[in-house]
Write a protein that binds this ligand. Structure first.
Ligand code: SF4
Ligand code: SF4
Length: 101
């Protein structure tokens, strides 16, 4: 996920988890990993996501993924500072800047 702070171009705004365009499409790797981990509850919750913040987004002192170790492949490959990230931030204005919720 992009909120680890490890990437210098991530503003930790959480927009990529708060402003989804739809539920993340599961890849075979996601299905296999969750089956191996015994986490069947994840897929239905992600499928039910419709424009709201991801149900696995934890909002406390900052935005955190509560299933970080088994987050969907599409989340793993979302590029901080990439075109989708920059577009989200551009549309959000101040909300997309560090320290804003
Ligand atoms: S939208 Fe971009 S800057 Fe904001 S948390 Fe996601 S990756 Fe980081
Ligand atoms: S699964 Fe985690 S990384 Fe993916 S959208 Fe939800 S909170 Fe964000």
């Amino acid at each position: 996920m992009r909120m680890s702070g490890a990437r210098p171009d991530c503003q930790s705004c959480g927009l990529c988890c708060r402003r989804p365009v739809g539920p993340p499409m599961p890849y075979p790797e996601d299905i296999e990993r969750r089956a191996a981990e015994g986490r069947p509850e994840i897929a239905p919750r992600l499928r039910g996501r419709r424009g709201d913040a991801c149900p696995f987004l934890s909002v406390g002192l900052g935005f955190r993924c509560s299933i970080y170790s088994t987050r969907p492949l599409v989340c793993r490959h979302f590029a901080a500072g990439g075109s989708a990230c920059l577009e989200l931030r551009r549309h959000a204005g101040d909300e997309g800047r560090r320290g804003k919720n």
